[in-house]
Design a protein around this ligand. Structure first.
Ligand code: UD2
Ligand code: MN
Length: 602
């Protein structure tokens, strides 16, 4: 019996070993299968999500607004000019269209093996040149106009003619030619008198004879060469001087116009003293997909004069609802895409030739238009796609900051009156290059044209503005515990839950707020303090009663009498920095006591 048992247990041990071995083999197999599956998944995933290239993520320079529109913050963002690449690469035109790629404005995917080249060449233009080179310069695009726009009938025979002006510096061959071909394909011949390309002293070989050969068959296309690099203002002026059409239509060199784009521009520009802009849609810098941008937006600017897209006034939104095809006013234009009667362009002084390379000329033109009796408008019926980039790819002779600050100082000194003092006070690096003698001719122009004041412009054209003014309180609102009322510094311009922030010195705009006579507590780019459900938030100002506050002694109250309070329990910082804001019944709690420290704004 005993013997038998030992036998049995021996037998069992042998079997157990086999089972254990089998389990180990199984685990190994499952692991191997899992690994293979993961690798395959990753490969497929990578092909669909091209995430290795700078500019893919949204950051402080672009964000998704409440309508899901990607808002690009329009100011200079540095970047290298791609000069590290070998000369033969920089000068090569690798356009080689793949059938159907990007047709209908669809995104283009590239193969894994092309990713490295795309990454390496990205800084040449700050868009995906490998994708652009695969898309035909004659690709089709969707017609994204609303029905009411498609229904408009134009009196074609009586429309003025256009000269389309496209300036470029070191642009890619395929994007430049796609811009030109889209204009040729999607405009009535009778309406386009000329297409003038102005080469702003490009250095790329493919923009020489190769470009000349590409346009030789199109008699209406003319190529002018700027003998010396001036920047876009000088180049556009060169084009405008050669224009024979009635209306000048300016485009950037990486645009694609869509069906019916020209008629609404010509009709409006021909009938009034107006600079009229198309509705700008988005061409992705990664995939070149054409995406419709949000239906209503207008152009404005921040305290530091960076261009921003914002939601239009309620009045404009209501008018748009009634008649979506009607052009609507905008405080400023983005700069690149607009139409204007040639006679009006010159009568108002063309462009400020002292503005070089890039930047601020869009503000200058917009303010000049409005202050001197003309208008700036957007028409949703003209849809043009543009590649918005995160970085500027070119060189800035003389230094980026010098160029940008010089341009800014010119526009500020000529047009902003007392608001120039506000700007210079908080932007000493621009004030340092200010030289009002150099803008004497533009000041003279302003006088001769009998233009209105900047205050008139803000009060009448952009009454929703968030700048300080004579009747608005401006300064720092500091809690008794030590922290300040300001939007969260890491998400500028987008709002979100409000919390107490570190206080800043007097000369830093980040810590300053405007308190209007109506009761809005507002900060840069039009964010207002709003009583949310429970927590207080920063939201785009919308004249809702939740955005009105009253100062009662050292307390800030809602219209229903609740007190603005720091939630300090469980909060580690004794000054309250980082503590959320809420509204509760008023008490003696120091978390409800605020000090109003006025800061002179000029
Ligand atoms: C926006 C405008 C742009 C201009 C700029 C401010 C849109 C869609 N674009 O920036 O037109 O108003 O704000 O200055 O509204 N270029 C030259 N020479 C140079 C530099 C640029 O010819 O030295 C050309 C360039 O090739 C392009 C155009 O100027 O065709 C505008 O430059 P951008 O595309 O870099 O400007 P963007 O769109 O960032
Ligand atoms: Mn552009």
């Amino acid at each position: 019996m005993r013997l038998r048992f030992e036998h049995w247990s021996l037998l069992c041990r042998g079997r157990r070993k086999k089972i254990i071995a089998l389990i180990i083999v199984l685990i190994f197999l499952i692991n191997a299968m899992f690994y293979v599956a993961m690798t395959l998944f990753e490969r497929v995933h990578k092909r669909h999500n091209w995430n290795g290239i700078p500019g893919k993520q949204y950051d402080n320079n672009s964000y998704l607004d409440k309508n899901g529109m990607r808002v690009i913050v329009g100011h200079y963002i540095g970047g290298s000019s791609g000069r590290k690449l070998p000369e033969d690469v920089i000068n090569a035109n690798l356009y080689s269209p793949v059938p159907m790629a990007g047709e209908g404005g669809r995104p283009v995917e590239i193969y894994q093996r092309e990713l490295i080249t795309a990454k390496e060449h990205f800084s040449l233009h700050y868009y995906n040149i490998v994708v652009s080179d695969k898309i035909s310069i004659n690709r089709s695009l969707p017609d994204v106009r609303s029905k009411s726009c498609k229904d408009v009938k134009y009196d074609i025979d009586n429309l003025p003619t256009a000269t389309v002006i496209i300036v470029f510096h070191n642009e890619a061959w395929s994007t430049l030619m796609r811009t030109v071909m889209s204009v040729i394909r999607r405009s009535r011949d009778s309406l386009v008198k000329q297409i003038i390309l102005v080469d702003d002293a490009s250095e790329r070989a493919y923009l020489g004879k190769e470009l000349e050969d590409a346009i030789i068959d199109f008699k209406q296309v003319h190529l002018l060469r700027n003998p010396k690099r001036t920047g876009l203002v000088g180049a556009r002026l060169l084009g405008a001087k050669a224009a024979s059409g009635d209306v000048l239509v300016f485009l950037d060199a990486h645009c694609e116009v869509t069906e019916g784009w020209l008629e609404p521009l010509l009709e409006r520009a021909g009938s009034d003293d107006v600079f009229v802009c198309p509705h700008i849609d988005l061409i992705s810098e990664d995939t070149f997909a054409y995406t419709k941008s949000v239906d209503a937006h207008w152009g404005a600017f921040s305290w530091r004069l960076h261009f921003r897209w914002l939601a239009p006034s309620k009045e404009v939104m209501d008018a748009k609802l009634k008649d979506p095809a009607k052009p609507y006013p905008t405080p400023t234009m983005a700069g690149g895409l607009f139409a204007v009667r040639k006679s009006l362009f010159w009568r108002l002084g063309g462009y400020d030739e002292g503005m070089v390379i890039w930047g601020s000329e869009n503000l200058e033109l917009s303010w000049r238009a409005w202050q001197c009796g003309a208008r700036v408008e957007i028409t949703s019926c003209s849809r043009v796609g543009h590649i918005f980039r995160k970085h500027s790819p070119y060189s800035y002779p003389g230094g980026v900051q010098r160029v940008l600050n010089n341009n800014l100082a010119r526009v500020v000194s000529v047009w902003m009156d007392e608001y120039a003092d506000f700007f210079y006070k908080f932007n000493p690096h621009v004030a340092a290059v200010r030289d009002d003698r150099r803008v004497a001719a533009r000041v003279e122009l302003r006088k001769n044209l009998g233009c209105k004041s900047f205050k008139w412009y803000l009060d009448n054209i952009w009454p929703q503005h968030f700048f300080p003014s004579e009747d608005r309180w401006f300064g720092r609102i500091k809690n008794d515990l030590g922290a300040c009322l300001a939007p969260n510094a890491s998400v500028p311009g987008v709002g979100g839950a409000a919390s107490a922030q570190p206080c800043h010195p007097d000369d830093q705009l980040e810590g300053l707020v405007v308190f209007t006579p109506k009761g809005s507590i507002m900060v840069d780019v039009g964010l207002c303090l709003e009583k949310g459900n429970g927590r207080v938030v920063w939201r785009f100002c919308n004249e809702n009663h939740r955005q009105y506050w009253e100062q009662k002694g050292p307390r800030i109250k809602t219209l229903t009498g609740l007190c603005l309070t720091l939630v300090t329990n469980k909060h580690p910082d004794p000054s309250g920095i980082g503590a959320p804001l809420t509204t509760v019944r008023c008490s003696d709690d120091p978390a409800q006591i605020w000090h109003f420290e006025r800061v002179p704004w000029r």
